[in-house]
Design a protein around this ligand. Structure first.
Ligand SMILES: NC(=O)c1ccc[n+]([C@@H]2O[C@H](COP(=O)([O-])OP(=O)(O)OC[C@H]3O[C@@H](n4cnc5c(N)ncnc54)[C@H](O)[C@@H]3O)[C@@H](O)[C@H]2O)c1
Length: 444
C-alpha cells in the first residue's frame, strides 16, 4: 500500500474536517484507543475503494450509505468488488446500486464473486474497506479475514451466533486496533441523535438511579424462503437462513440484539446472568427450521440491576420494538425519546433526527479519513453475546452465567463450506428439524 498517498488523504481530510464530527457514542467507544493513522487510505485523489460481501437487502443499503459518505466532501468512494453466495442476489444488488450511484459503481464482471470463497476473492482486490452483510454465522470468519488483510470494516449486527464466534471477533478487534484499522458495527442506535440525547439525560440523572430496564422486539416475524426441488440441503439452508441457528442465531440474536444493546448502553455494562423461557407456539411450518417464535429473558447486571427482555415473532399479536428505563425519580421510553419524572416534569426529543444508517457510515468514514480511533467491534461482540446468552437460557431452561457462557466451546458452524456438505442440522424423514427442549437441551 502506498504510504505517501495514505498520509496525503489522512492529512487533507483532517484539514477539511478541522475537528472530528464523530457521534458522542462513537467517540466514547473509541476513546480508550490511541488514535493511529489508518494503514491504508486508497489513492492520492482521496478516493476510498470498497467491497461489499453479502449483497442482500441490508448489504445493498449499507453499500449505498457508504457511497453516500462522498457527500461529506472528504473524497470520493467507489464500489469496486462484490461477493455473494448466490449470483442472482449479487446481480440485483449491483443493478440497484448502479441506478442509485451511477458514477461510483465500478464492478466489472471479473470483480463479481460468488460462492463460499467469494469473500476471500473480493478482499484480494485492491480495496480499503469492506462491508460485511451476510447472515451473521459468517461474520467472525469474514471479519478475521478482513483484519488479517488490512481492511477497514463496516459489519452488520449481530457479529456472531455463538461464543466461539464472539471470542474470534474480540481477538480480531484487538488486532484491528494494533493495525490502526477502523471498525463500525450496524447497531445504528448508537448514531441516532434521539437515542444519544435521551441516554445522556438518563445518565445525567434525569430519572434518578436506574431500578429496572425493559426491552422488546415483538412483531409478526420475517420472510420465509421455501425449499425448491433442485436444492441441496446446504443450498436450502443458505437461502432460508433465518430459520437455522448456525446462520442466524435465532431471532433473539438476529433482531432483538438491537434492544439488548441499548439496555447494555443504559446500564454501562453487560449482564452477568440470564434466565428465561421460550418456545414455538405458531412457528411450525415446514420451512420454519429450528428457531423459537418467542423468548422472555430476565438479565441481571453486576450491580444487581435487572433487564426484562421479550421478543416474539407471532402474527396477530401486539407489536413493540422499544426500550424503557425506570429510575427512582421517573421513567423513559428511550426509543421514543421521552422522559417523565415522578414530579410531573416531562421532556421529549424534538430535534432533527438524521437517518442513523447514514450517520453510522459518515462517522466510520470520517475516522478512516482522519485516522481517529474508532472500533465498535468489542461492544458489538459483547451485545451479540448478551443475546446468545439469552438463547442459551431459553433453550436450556437453566440459569446462565456470562463468564461460563462466553468461554463455552459451543461452535455452531459447519465442518465444511460446500454446496453438497452436510449442514450442522438436518431434517428427519418428515422434513422437521430438532427443536430445543428446556430441561433437556444443554445450554452449551
Ligand atoms: N442494522 C439493521 O437495522 C439491520 C437491518 C437489516 C439487516 N441487518 C443485518 O444484515 C445482515 C444481512 O441481512 P439481510 O436482511 O440483508 O439478509 P439478506 O438475506 O437479504 O442478505 C444476505 C445476503 O448474504 C448472502 N450470503 C449468505 N452467505 C454468504 C457468504 N458466505 N458469502 C457471501 N454472501 C453470502 C446471501 O446470499 C444474501 O444475498 C444480517 O446480519 C442482519 O441482521 C441489519
Amino acid at each position: 500500500m502506498n504510504k505517501s498517498r495514505r498520509s496525503f488523504i489522512v492529512q487533507s481530510s483532517a484539514a477539511i474536517l478541522g475537528a472530528s464530527v464523530l457521534s458522542p457514542a462513537a467517540n466514547s467507544k473509541g476513546s480508550e484507543l490511541a488514535s493511529k493513522p489508518s494503514p491504508q487510505n486508497a489513492f492520492g485523489d482521496g478516493t476510498l475503494r470498497i467491497a461489499l460481501v453479502g449483497c442482500g437487502g441490508r448489504g445493498t443499503g449499507a453499500a449505498s450509505q457508504a457511497l453516500s459518505t462522498a457527500a461529506l466532501g472528504m473524497g470520493d468512494v467507489k464500489l469496486v468488488a462484490m461477493a455473494d453466495a448466490f449470483s442472482d442476489r449479487l446481480d440485483s444488488s449491483l443493478a440497484t446500486l448502479k441506478e442509485q450511484h451511477p458514477s461510483q459503481v465500478e464492478v466489472p464482471e471479473d470483480r463479481r464473486f460468488t460462492g463460499f470463497d467469494a469473500y476471500e476473492r473480493a478482499m484480494a482486490e485492491d480495496v480499503d474497506l469492506v462491508v460485511l452483510a451476510t447472515p451473521p454465522g459468517f461474520r467472525p470468519m469474514h471479519f478475521e479475514h478482513a483484519v488479517a488483510n488490512n481492511k477497514h470494516v463496516f459489519m452488520e449486527k449481530p457479529v456472531a451466533v455463538d461464543a466461539t464466534g464472539v471470542r474470534k471477533v474480540i481477538a480480531a478487534a484487538r488486532k484491528a486496533d494494533e493495525s490502526g484499522l477502523k471498525v463500525g458495527v450496524g447497531l445504528q442506535r448508537h448514531h441516532q441523535r434521539s437515542y444519544i440525547e435521551t441516554i445522556e439525560r438518563i445518565k445525567d440523572g434525569a430519572i434518578g438511579e436506574l431500578t429496572l430496564l425493559r426491552c422488546y422486539w415483538n412483531s409478526s416475524g420475517v420472510w420465509v424462503r421455501p425449499r425448491q426441488a433442485d436444492m441441496t440441503e446446504m443450498t436450502y439452508q443458505m437461502r432460508n437462513w433465518y430459520y437455522f441457528n448456525w446462520l442466524c442465531g435465532d431471532h433473539i440474536t438476529e433482531q432483538h440484539i438491537h434492544n439488548l444493546d441499548v439496555c447494555n448502553w443504559l446500564a454501562g455494562d453487560y449482564p452477568v446472568e440470564a434466565q428465561g423461557q421460550g418456545g414455538r407456539l405458531v412457528r411450525n411450518g415446514i420451512d420454519h427450521g429450528e428457531i423459537f417464535d418467542h423468548h422472555m429473558v430476565e438479565y441481571t447486571y453486576a450491580s444487581g440491576l435487572k433487564m426484562m427482555s421479550q421478543c416474539r415473532h407471532i402474527p396477530g399479536t401486539a407489536s413493540s420494538v422499544s426500550e424503557h428505563a425506570h429510575g427512582t425519580r421517573g421513567t423513559a421510553d428511550v426509543g421514543a425519546g421521552r422522559i417523565e419524572s415522578a414530579g410531573g416534569w416531562k421532556w421529549r426529543f424534538r430535534d432533527e433526527d438524521p437517518n442513523p444508517y447514514q450517520v453510522e457510515h459518515d462517522d466510520l468514514f470520517n475516522a478512516v479519513r482522519t485516522g481517529a480511533a474508532y472500533n465498535e467491534a468489542v461492544n458489538g461482540a459483547k451485545s451479540s453475546m448478551t443475546s446468545i446468552m439469552g438463547r442459551m437460557a431459553t433453550y436450556s431452561g437453566q440459569i446462565i452465567r456470562w463468564e461460563e457462557a462466553i468461554e463455552s466451546s459451543q461452535d455452531l458452524s459447519p465442518k465444511e463450506y460446500t454446496w453438497n456438505a452436510t449442514p450442522p442440522v438436518v431434517p428427519d424423514k418428515h422434513g422437521r428439524y430438532p427443536i430445543a427442549m428446556p430441561g433437556v437441551t444443554k445450554a452449551f
